[in-house]
Design a protein around this ligand. Sequence first.
Ligand SMILES: *[C@@H]1O[C@H](CO)[C@@H](O)[C@H](O)[C@H]1NC(C)=O
Ligand SMILES: *[C@@H]1O[C@H](CO)[C@@H](O)[C@H](O)[C@H]1NC(C)=O
Ligand SMILES: *[C@@H]1O[C@H](CO)[C@@H](O)[C@H](O)[C@H]1NC(C)=O
Length: 583
Amino acid sequence: MPGRTWELCLLLLLGLVLGSQEALPPPCESPIYCHGELLHQVQMAKLYQDDKQFVDMPMSSAPEQVLQRFKELANAHNHSIPQQQLQGFLEEHFQAMGQELQPWTPEDWKDSPRFLQKISDLKLRAWAGQLHQLWKKLGKKVKPEVLRHPERFSLIYSQHPFIVPGGRFLEFYYWDSYWVMEGLLLSEMPETVKGMLQNFLDLVQTYGHVPNGARVYYLQRSQPPLLTLMMDRYVTHTNDIAFLRDNIGTLALELDFWTENRNISVSLGEKSYVLNRYYVPYGGPRPESYSKDAELADTLPEGDREALWAELKAGAESGWDFSSRWLVGGPNPNLLSSIRTSKFVPVDLNAFLCQAEELMSKFYTSLGNDSQATKYRNLWEQRLAALKAVLWDEEKGAWFDYDLENGKKNQEFYPSNLAPLWAGCFSDPGVVDKALKYLEDSKILTYQYGIPTSLWKTGQQWDFPNAWAPLQDLVIRGLAKSPSPRTQEVAFQLAQNWIRTNFDVYSQKSAMYEKYDISNGGQPGGGGEYEVQEGFGWTNGVVLMLLDRYGDRLSSGTQTAFLEPHCLAAALLLSLLLSFLPQ
Ligand SMILES: *[C@@H]1O[C@H](CO)[C@@H](O)[C@H](O)[C@H]1NC(C)=O
Ligand SMILES: *[C@@H]1O[C@H](CO)[C@@H](O)[C@H](O)[C@H]1NC(C)=O
Ligand SMILES: *[C@@H]1O[C@H](CO)[C@@H](O)[C@H](O)[C@H]1NC(C)=O
């Protein structure tokens, strides 16, 4: 008998040891901000215009107490609490949103960063100076209360201050931060970038992945994986190899998250390829868009609702929330309830991971770890082969999302179709000029105010007529990799178009926006789940990048029809003739 007891004891200890190795906190547990009757009643009562408002409000007392009071209130009204009582309850137990954050002026902010001098057009230079000032408005720091009482806040504590997108987005976001960091490095603020990087690395250490944003209700999903690229940009700028060495293991952990939880195998004939997809295996409405998700689910049979919510979350994980891109080929591609994000192998996601694998190989080489360098080089080569076999279309000259359910590529236009160019994820240099032809064939170069997100007008924000800064960057820097002067000239013209749109709107409204409507001469964008937001982190970052790269040529003047092929040809001919004229 004592022997048996010892065996049991050993098993128990072993269980504890094994269990503790996977001791990641479960994602989104809060009975106030993530699920439960309180969340349901408050969000369905629509007390605020935007569901995000309630889940961003800190509690005034401990959650147990708030829940207890709510239970009493709900019982007193037989679980249908009149609006006024509910409002009173919130006023008593919650604080206004944003209370847990304080403004922060980055310590490394300084006047007149050098890149401003590269901008010849004086109006554009003055504008860039104002965008540089905006970092001070978008800087935020978490108050120490959040560290003392994390259970009272949906905000996740971050040790280091950060730059936020702006508008309704008071916390930092994953993929937005990459373009923000590019801008910050031009503004010569590497210390701010380092702090933001450290925050992301801390999140990976705690949760095993980078959540969509720094709120508990974002923990069930990630966003396009650009952490390795952020590190590369920081290390290239500062040569801070010690920081890389200290954190390379955490970068590897983040990529493991995608390998282990977001992999998908595609069989083509005899061969099968492993790629990645966006996928969130959690049901329930998104807390920050609760009533919209609940009402959308009401249009479906009860048995289909959890799957819908999981697909909506996967759509949010893709960064494209929402878009016809995730509805194509579905039962009713006009309705958001047809969303099936996880049924596609996305071009951009796999391009981002491809780039991350190549960078990891480079990092490990620089740290003298050859075996790890080889491992990532092999992963990169496998992914190159898989991208070519599954996503590349030789006839069209572009990559396309692979539709797993229908066993074919989705040949609609999206700027993400060119993400492998941007990510350097191709072996044949000829693909860049094929991509230019693809853009011409798709008539994308006829849009003078920016590259549209898709060619479908659905009312969703990641569709026509909206144009987004990061997608301009994907195409412009992708094309600029071409050795051909003509392709490079098109990249410049696309940059010129985007700069004018942003500059003209800024001249009228003194604000930078999250997205722009390019059907209307370039105006703040619209559509989707919430009002267009001012700020705006990644928009500013991309403008600064373009002004840095093309500052000697960009102009604040009027729009031209330069991109029409015959017009381009005429312009080239004219400039040739002019060059023969006596000076
Ligand atoms: C409470 O509500 C339920 C339905 O929601 C109803 O069946 C019940 O009669 C109500 N009880 C009282 C006391 O009003
Ligand atoms: C791929 O994903 C599945 C779950 O979908 C997981 O069980 C498996 O371990 C993953 N593969 C790798 C190589 O991590
Ligand atoms: C290379 O990295 C791996 C994984 O972190 C580690 O186990 C190994 O000891 C490292 N090798 C060298 C030579 O540093």
